[in-house]
Design a protein around this ligand. Structure first.
Ligand SMILES: NC(=O)c1ccc[n+]([C@@H]2O[C@H](COP(=O)([O-])OP(=O)(O)OC[C@H]3O[C@@H](n4cnc5c(N)ncnc54)[C@H](O)[C@@H]3O)[C@@H](O)[C@H]2O)c1
Length: 192
């Protein structure tokens, strides 16, 4: 079950999980977006079901859980991807702490909990940010140069990490904050 799957990282992850054979329930506040994601997956021969959900609304989340359990007898992977930009930095540290706390709480039941820390990723979020700048192309180039790899990332590059973390290949990983940021956190590369 993937939230925020109507665009960007969530959509790319839904497609990547489906490509690996997973049946996915895709949720988003933007129903047109998430329906399109489900249609992409279905037209490629996969199984997807779209549910409109506002993750900031408890009753909407309750409905999502009910719809998920109606669609699937068991749920193996939750990808809590939807979030709003405002407050992102303030909540980042809290999410890492929550990941560790949940990993401890559920480890005995062999439920693993990890979080992904991306660099700038080419999604709806960054697109809106660049478009709001006086020189969108220049802003994109500047953002790229903040990364050791001199470019921003693609949603699929995060999606592949999500699939890995959810797989048995990552069976001893829990409570981890895994960085996929093209070297964003490595200090500024030489400019020019
Ligand atoms: N793009 C980046 O550079 C970047 C970097 C670090 C972290 N992130 C995080 O990655 C996640 C995905 O963002 P993205 O870059 O793919 O952006 P995006 O804007 O392309 O996709 C976000 C999706 O979440 C949905 N959404 C927003 N609020 C929602 C709500 N309350 N309930 C349900 N759905 C909601 C939107 O409709 C949209 O489809 C976000 O949590 C974001 O904070 C993104």
């Amino acid at each position: 079950m993937i939230t925020g799957a109507g665009s960007g990282i969530g959509r790319a992850s839904a497609k990547e999980f489906a490509r690996e054979g997973a049946r996915v329930l895709v949720a988003d506040i933007n129903f047109d977006g998430v329906r399109e994601t489900a249609e992409h997956i279905q037209s490629a021969g996969g199984f997807a079901r779209a549910v409109i959900t506002d993750v900031a609304d408890a009753s909407s989340v309750k409905n999502l859980v009910e719809e998920t359990l109606k669609a699937f007898p068991q749920v193996h992977v939750l990808l809590n991807n939807a979030a709003r930009c405002a407050g992102y930095c303030a909540t980042k540290g809290a999410i890492i702490a929550l990941t560790k706390a949940m990993a401890i709480d559920y480890g005995k039941e062999v439920i693993r909990v990890n979080c992904i820390c991306p660099g700038y990723i080419d999604s709806g979020l960054t697109q809106s940010y660049f478009e709001a700048q006086p020189d969108p192309g220049g802003a994109r180039a500047v953002a790229g140069k903040l990364h050791a790899l001199w470019r921003i990332g693609q949603p699929e590059e995060v999606a592949r990490l999500a699939v890995f973390l959810a797989s048995d290949e990552a069976s001893f990983m829990t409570g981890s904050a895994v960085v996929v940021d093209g070297g964003f956190g490595s200090g500024l590369p030489p400019q020019g």
